[in-house]
Ligand binder design. Structure first.
Ligand code: IP8
Length: 271
């Protein structure tokens, strides 16, 4: 049974100018906030990426998704930059009549695993009208080892725990492109399309200037994981924010972007 919940990721390529260090895309954030304010009646959890804030510093300090004993100064700086970006986003959400409640990714995970008790509380909070907002970050894994936890991975952690009725990744393209040249979005992707990794890699654009968590490839990988729970995952252009509202309200049958269809791995195995 799915929960009446929209789980939305605002990609770093929407929230920031990825090719300009530490620069938020204020007008895109504002458009996004407006789009979310129009779906007020659907409990929503928002996740955002690092863009030219978190990724910029992660590159400078040579930090990655693999747990390691990275420079602790880097941990602080990456974390601070994510708080800064989060504040800009939270401020815009409040201006648009929403009630954001920022939660650090550290509070939602134990090492690499989801802290399900806390994640379930996000849903309760969303049902009361708050808008929990979390984000990719540098987090402690174990024994002084840290790693960069991508907002895309957080999406999977939350989706697997809460079984949302809508899951949306907002990016700066119209979806997953057929190929780099045509820049035409594929309306629907099947698991077979994606598991044929080579073909898939050639289809995805490498739009990332400095993205240490894997850009569109990572998103589709996480979308595939989420879809294995029977959840349709939509990839939508967040720079055309009205598409976010449409995707939440109309769902995967009537939206603009790419849908990765939900399938149930366990049931398929039994066939
Ligand atoms: O942009 C990564 O989150 P993502 C955040 O969602 C950092 O992959 C700190 C680089």
């Amino acid at each position: 049974m799915k929960n009446n919940l929209a789980l939305i990721k605002m990609g770093g390529s929407v929230a920031t100018y990825k090719d300009r260090p530490l620069s938020a895309n204020y007008s895109a954030i504002e458009g996004f906030s407006k789009a979310i304010s129009l779906i007020k009646e659907v409990p929503t959890i928002l996740v955002h990426g690092g863009g030219s804030f978190g990724h910029y510093w992660s590159v400078k300090y040579n930090m990655h998704t693999r747990p390691d004993n990275y420079d602790i100064n880097g941990i602080s700086i990456v974390h601070e930059s994510m708080i800064k970006l989060n504040q800009i986003i939270a401020h815009s959400l409040i201006k648009n009549g929403l009630n954001p409640y920022p939660v650090s990714a550290f509070a939602l995970s134990i090492g690499n695993r989801p802290f399900t008790t806390k994640i379930k509380q996000l849903y309760t909070m969303a049902q009361t009208g708050l808008l929990p907002v979390t984000y990719g970050d540098a987090i402690h894994i174990n024994n002084g080892n840290y790693s960069i936890l991508s907002g895309d991975v957080i999406m999977t952690m939350i989706a697997k725990t809460l079984n949302p009725s809508r899951v949306i990744f907002a990016v700066n393209t119209d979806g997953v492109y057929e190929n780099k040249e045509s820049r035409k979005a594929i309306p629907e992707l099947t698991r077979d399309d994606i598991t044929n990794w080579r073909l898939f890699r050639s289809r995805t654009t490498s739009e990332n200037v400095a993205d240490i968590t894997g850009g569109m490839g990572r998103k589709v990988k996480e979308a595939l994981r989420i879809s294995s729970r029977g959840i349709d995952v939509m990839i939508v252009n967040g720079l055309k924010a009205e598409r976010i509202t449409e995707a939440v309200l109309a769902g995967p049958e009537n939206f603009e972007g790419t849908v990765i269809r939900g399938h149930n791995k366990r049931l398929e195995k039994r066939k």
